[in-house]
Design a protein around this ligand. Structure first.
Ligand code: UD1
Ligand code: MG
Length: 456
């Protein structure tokens, strides 16, 4: 059995008040349309066709990696008209599934159970019981409870408007009858549109049974029309992720103040996450890791027993097991820390490796540097890696001790077990095991008088 999924995504999204086509707006840093696509992608034996219109070029460019056929609907004459654009690409024996590009949180299980309701003489329809059905097409049933048609809000009678069962717009049916019904759609209704929903009445006339099913929650079938709805679905999605992480054994101090915009490549046990943490991209987090409040971690690998204190920004970094980072530390791309490394407050690391047991505890910039093991870098150390045009490397060998407030002007090597006196500006390689310092001699002037203010 082959499935053709048609994702409707040509609408304008006027209420977003945006230059960006609505379906490119994001939930968890992923465009709405990509959420729908990713769900559809899980169906086996499925071809995905996406109907685009408004901002079609922007959409197809932004999402060019999707394994889907793009179909352009140059004029948006209604949902039925949108599906008509794909008609000649539908095989008689296909099961056609209709999804909306702006309904991002639909669950795979809901789609699968919908599809399982399709047979030679049935049409599967996803409906939802709503407290406030305004705006939705209403499901009209006969005395026996069978669906006989869908009436759009704008065409509904006062009595029909009282119906609380709404049309989600999501349906599935075999290709052959669908194509026949599509060819017969008219637009004599209040909006002058070709309504896809009119196929329901045609199906009933052709002795089809309309089999309805419902999503697990209303949020699954909510569409995004404005930024308030976008923010609502963002929170729903984030809460779902937070709950599934807790189910996997992560402690979240507050699931309402946790965001993941991406995914986890691996996840250990007994991870504790304080409030306002943002995980972005693809991260790996080991066991017994603590992540402090207000920390962002992007595309990084965090080893076991790592403690990240509050207010850190970590991107494209690898943190070895047992290391302690922060508070207020910034690990920029290509920071590679081995085991038991300590990076303290107001320390920035970039494109540098730090070997086991080394400490950079306060107020330092370490860029383009190779730091050996058991190195101690004092407060206020700066690797001067840039001359305005070129970047140079600093090498600090095992066991070196860099006194506070030192500048290491790259390219430069600090030898094994070397000590650099505090306040030095080091421009030449410093030999191993020796003390190297570079500062003016200290003098004291006896009998010196501090200036005094004259009394007025
Ligand atoms: C539609 C349904 C309504 C249902 C509601 C659920 C019809 C006639 N009505 O109404 O019963 O309760 O969705 O949200 O189907 N689109 C196109 N091309 C078009 C028109 C729409 O691609 O020419 C796309 C839109 O981008 C959107 C989807 O189809 O993703 C639904 O269109 P929308 O205008 O929101 O339909 P509604 O009037 O809300
Ligand atoms: Mg709508």
């Amino acid at each position: 059995m082959k499935i053709t999924t048609i994702i409707l995504a040509a609408g304008k999204g006027t209420r977003m008040r945006s230059e960006l086509p609505k379906i490119l707006h994001e939930i968890a840093s992923r465009p709405l349309l990509r959420h729908v696509y990713d769900t559809a992608k899980h169906l086996e034996n499925n071809t995905i066709k996406i109907v685009v219109g408004h901002g079609a070029e922007l959409v197809t460019t932004a999402l060019k990696d999707l394994d889907a056929d793009w179909i352009e609907q140059t004029q948006q004459l209604g949902t039925g008209h949108a599906v008509q654009q794909v008609s000649d690409q539908i095989a008689d024996s296909d099961i056609v599934l209709i999804l909306y590009g702006d309904v991002p949180l639909l669950k795979l299980e809901t789609v699968q159970s919908l599809i399982s309701n399709v047979n030679d003489s049935s049409l599967a329809l996803l409906t939802v019981n709503l407290k406030h059905p305004a705006g939705y097409g209403r499901i009209v049933r006969n005395a026996a409870g069978q669906v006989i048609k869908i009436v759009e809000e704008k065409d509904a009678t006062a009595a029909e408007k009282l119906i609380s069962e709404g049309n989600t717009g999501i349906m599935a049916v075999q290709g052959k009858p669908l194509k026949q019904w599509l060819s017969r759609l008219g637009n004599s209704n209040v909006q002058g549109e070709y309504y896809l929903t009119d196929v329901i009445e045609m199906a009933v006339a052709d002795q089809f049974t309309i089999i309805t099913s419902q999503p697990q929650t209303e949020d699954e079938v909510l569409g995004v029309n404005n930024r308030i709805q976008l923010s609502h679905l963002e929170r729903v999605y984030q809460q779902q992720q937070a709950y599934s992480l807790m189910e996997l054994g992560v402690t979240l101090k507050d699931p309402l103040r946790f965001d993941q915009r991406g995914s986890l490549a691996s996840l250990g046990q007994d991870i504790e996450v304080d409030i306002n943490v943002i995980l972005e991209g693809i991260n790996s987090i080991g066991s017994n890791v603590k992540i402090g409040a207000n920390t962002q971690i992007k595309n990084s690998v965090i080893g076991d027993h790592v403690e990240i204190l509050a207010n850190c920004i970590i991107e494209d970094a690898i943190i070895g097991q047992g290391s302690r980072i922060g508070p207020y530390a910034r690990l920029r791309p290509e920071s590679v820390l081995a085991e038991n490394v300590h990076i303290g407050n107001f320390v920035e690391i970039k494109k540098s490796s730090v070997a086991a047991g080394s400490k950079i505890n306060h107020l330092s910039y370490i860029g383009d540097t190779t730091v050996g093991s058991k190195v101690n870098i004092g407060a206020g150390t700066i690797t001067c890696n840039y001359d305005g045009a070129n970047k140079f490397r600093t090498i600090i060998e095992d066991g070196a001790f860099i006194g506070s407030n030192s500048q290491l002007v790259a390219p430069v090597t600090i030898g094994k077990n070397a000590t650099i006196g505090a306040g030095s500006t080091i421009t030449k390689d410093s030999p191993e095991d020796q003390l190297t310092l570079c500062r003016a001699k200290q003098t004291s002037i006896s009998g010196w008088q501090r200036p005094v203010k004259l009394e007025k």
